[in-house]
Design a protein around this ligand. Structure first.
Ligand SMILES: NC(=O)c1ccc[n+]([C@@H]2O[C@H](COP(=O)([O-])OP(=O)(O)OC[C@H]3O[C@@H](n4cnc5c(N)ncnc54)[C@H](OP(=O)(O)O)[C@@H]3O)[C@@H](O)[C@H]2O)c1
Length: 276
């Protein structure tokens, strides 16, 4: 977090609609970041026991009867419940309310159609590691999002990890295909490496342990070292060595780089099909 982000106040009153996996993770991050619990309202018709206890113990409002315009309304509901939820959520939106949506596939235009009072809207595409503060999030704002609203949105997203602003909303399908869906590709890599280890003679449990620690360790190294991924790879590959033998298979025509391009293309196409 930069000094500017750290010193920007949270937009309050803050309303979170949908305190499921992603919403609850954001909420916990805000509270850990110093957001006053008394400034928070949580809307979730069937909150999990953890959320109900958190609200009761820390003094957050949960499902109040009356609504009034918020400083920010963060949408953490599933995209398929937007139509049903929108009329009630609209009551939390005034001309100065910043609306932040993490709904996959819902464009800024979709959101404004369902929430006609909304002006400044930030659409974000987080990924699963955001729940441990190690996410990669793409964000794009409607034209009404000025520097102040953008700083407020960054304040809300800062504890999720990397936040990359996009100039063009059309890029969000590609962001979805790379970072939104990306953690699953890495989990598959760990699975495939463990299976290959078993095929090479390792006991399954040991192979799983080694593969998991290797993927996690390589990820941590990538994070800690400023060198590009390709440079790190070249630096651990001695000519004629074991890594070079494996990479010759992984990088041959039709193998991993070609497959990844095809996979990301398929995810991007699917993101486009699911939008609306
Ligand atoms: N999980 C991810 O990795 C990920 C990544 C990128 C984007 N997203 C986006 O994040 C959003 C939330 O995903 P999630 O995995 O956190 O889903 P989730 O765990 O199902 O959370 C959604 C929450 O909203 C609640 N809800 C349902 N109707 C509501 C209403 N009318 N008003 C307020 N709350 C309502 C749900 O309650 P019930 O359970 O009782 O229905 C649930 O607690 C989705 O739009 C998804 O596209 C998720």
């Amino acid at each position: 977090m930069t000094q500017d982000q750290a010193s920007t106040a949270f937009p309050t009153p803050l309303v979170l609609a949908g305190a499921g996996k992603m919403g609850a993770a954001l909420l916990r991050g805000w509270l850990a970041g110093g957001l006053d619990p008394a400034a928070v309202t949580v809307i979730d018709p069937q909150p999990s026991p953890e959320i109900a206890v958190l609200c009761a113990e820390r003094g957050l409002r949960l499902n109040p009867d009356a609504a009034s315009p918020a400083g920010a309304l963060v949408l953490g509901i599933k995209p398929q419940v937007l139509d049903a939820a929108a009329p009630a959520l609209g009551a939390w939106i005034g001309p100065d309310t910043l609306v932040v949506s993490i709904l996959a596939g819902k464009t800024i235009a979709d959101l404004k159609r369902r929430l006609p009072a909304a002006r400044a809207v930030v659409r974000v595409m987080p990924n699963l590691p955001a729940s441990i503060g190690r996410g990669a999030t793409g964000a794009v704002g409607s034209p009404e999002v000025g520097p102040q609203a953008r700083a407020a949105a960054e304040r809300l997203l800062a504890r999720s990890g990397l936040v990359a602003w996009l100039d063009d909303e059309a890029l969000i399908d590609a962001v979805t295909a790379v970072s939104g869906s990306g953690p699953a590709y890495v989990f598959l890599l760990a699975e495939a490496l463990a299976e290959a280890g078993v095929a090479a003679g390792l006991p399954p449990e040991l192979s799983e342990q080694l593969a998991r620690a290797t993927v996690a360790g390589a990820g941590a190294l990538l994070d800690a070292d400023a060198r590009e991924a390709g440079q790190l790879r070249r630096d651990v590959t001695s000519p004629g060595g074991t890594t070079a033998a494996a990479l010759a298979v992984l990088m041959r025509e039709g193998a991993l780089p070609d497959l990844m391009r095809e996979a990301v293309g398929a995810a991007k196409r699917r993101a486009g099909e699911l939008s609306g």
